[in-house]
Design a protein around this ligand. Structure first.
Ligand code: SDX
Length: 445
């Protein structure tokens, strides 16, 4: 990036000149890398609402216009015309695969779909009530013990090693997710099959059982591919920022992704899809009307949230929510399901979009509001909803980890702070014991 001008910061009686960069879509960025050296001052930006951590070529989103593109392709177009494994390749490699690359990518994904047999025993050590996100993060970081390449990612391992680690993780995460579900319901694990596509394989590993046949429905396979595509990346969201931050210490890919999984688990982030469905279920069980629930949220002074609504960047409808809502209708119709939660969700949305409290705060449905309806229709339990988000987001996490390590401006991420604690002070006599801490305290007689 070459500076496109400068910004002048007046601080006290001095002016400081800072370079200004312009992104491909005309966004302006003031580079403050030299601010502290020039002025001794740092910036303060809780939640990094105005702070860019890097330049990236992976995803572009415009929150005001509701635009989301992966490597320049609109997400709506990718969801309608491509398959998840192609979008994963696009995010990680920067281009759509040609026929040969698609073939090789599928072979790699199949070859790496199983993990070391010793890891299977890890599942038996988790309590049955273990949340699948806890299992997922533990199993992913354990992969680094079984596959130690990239252990200290120096950045010189080359494309081949990174692509193997990436496909290994993409394929194994799907298997780990399915195994964590089978473990939670006490059914035997179902191993991946090389004759099935990525999404069909996952559904088969989740729902096939020797005692009850599972027929893979192409409508469900396609809906799963669309869902995973819509979750595949979202620039510097909380979990991707976590992958980049942890990755900046040059840990291996598995450890950085395990950090992303933990960040995604939060109810303000990827955990919102489970929270949204639990809110709808509770309303139905307790006979709380949408209007009553909306009033409860409005009167809670921010303590009670409408999960699946609101977004740090989108100040209008999340374009992914539009596609997910359409997919809801298609899947429920194809599977002949009448889900009362869908009706409640639709009424909640209708009321919120007409309510000054939500309008004034730019609160619209985000990716998590309707996604749970589709997952329910597929038979996926709600404690697996955020696991499904992680499955979708994995290519994005890998792409950002890779891009960060290839960035010539790569640096260990270590934010500054503003200290507001006590100024210099000293211990008063008698304030604490005088014996050195390694000596046993004299017993009082
Ligand atoms: C994801 O960043 C990404 O790209 C994330 C993601 C991705 O793909 O990676 O898009 C995925 O995480 C989507 C978001 C999922 N989370 C939820 O649905 C949880 C509910 N949403 C809120 O927690 C909230 O909207 C956030 C966290 C998503 C965004 O919050 P911000 O930008 O920090 O804004 P804020 O909390 O300062 O809210 C501004 C006001 C506050 O009210 P006031 O103090 O002005 O009176 O809006 C209120 C908030 O209380 N508010 C809500 C609300 N979200 C914000 N009030 C009720 N319900 C909500 N959902």
């Amino acid at each position: 990036m070459t500076p496109q001008g400068t910004a002048t910061l007046a601080l006290g009686d001095k002016n400081y000149s800072l370079p200004v960069f312009e992104g491909s879509e005309g966004e302006k960025a003031i580079d403050i890398s030299t601010l502290r050296k020039q002025s001794g001052a740092v910036t303060l930006d809780y939640g990094y609402q105005n702070t860019g951590s890097c330049a990236s070529t992976i995803t572009y989103l415009d929150g005001e216009k509701g635009i989301l593109r992966y490597r320049g392709y609109p997400v709506e177009e990718l969801a309608a015309k491509s398959r998840f494994v192609e979008v994963a390749y696009l995010l990680i490699n920067g281009k759509m695969p040609d026929a040969q690359e698609r073939e090789e990518w599928s072979l790699l994904l199949n070859r790496h779909s199983m993990f070391h047999e010793d890891m299977r025993h890890f599942f038996y050590r988790f309590p049955d009530r273990a949340h699948p996100m806890a299992i997922l993060s533990a199993m992913v970081v354990s992969l680094s013990a079984f596959y130690p390449e990239l252990s200290q990612h120096r950045g010189d391992e080359g494309e081949e090693a990174i692509n193997i680690a990436a496909t290994r993780l993409l394929s194994k995460l799907r298997t780990i997710a399915a195994f964590s579900y089978k473990k939670s319901i006490g059914e035997p694990f179902v191993y991946p099959r090389h004759d099935l596509s990525y999404c069909a394989n996952f559904l088969n590993m989740m729902f096939y059982s020797p005692v009850h046949p599972y027929e893979i429905d192409p409508v469900v396979v396609q809906a799963l591919s669309v869902l995973l595509i819509l979750h595949a990346d979202h620039e510097q969201n909380c979990s991707t920022a976590a992958v980049r931050l942890v990755g900046s210490a040059r840990v291996n890919l598995y450890a950085a992704v395990a950090a992303g999984i933990c960040a995604l688990w939060g109810p303000l982030h990827g955990g919102a899809n489970q929270m949204a469905i639990e809110m709808l279920e509770e309303m139905m069980a307790r006979g709380i009307t949408p209007r009553q629930r909306i009033e409860q949220i409005k009167n809670s002074k921010g303590k009670d949230l409408l999960y699946g609504f609101g977004h740090r960047v989108y100040k209008h409808y999340d374009p992914r929510a539009t596609v997910i809502k359409e997919t809801c209708y298609r899947v429920l119709k194809a599977l002949n399901i009448q889900d009362p939660l869908m009706d409640i969700a639709l009424e909640m949305e209708d009321l919120a979009l007409r309510d000054e409290f939500f309008i004034s705060r730019n609160l619209y449905p985000n990716i998590d509001f309707y996604s749970g309806i589709i997952l329910r229709a597929m038979g996926i339990p709600k404690n697996m909803f955020t696991v499904m988000f992680a499955l979708g987001r994995l290519p994005g996490w890998i792409a950002h980890w890779k891009e960060a390590h290839e960035d010539p401006r790569f640096k260990l991420q270590r934010p500054r702070q503003v200290y507001v604690g006590p100024t210099l002070r000293h211990l008063e006599p008698g304030q604490c014991t005088t014996e050195p801490s390694h000596m046993p305290l004299a017993r009082s007689r």
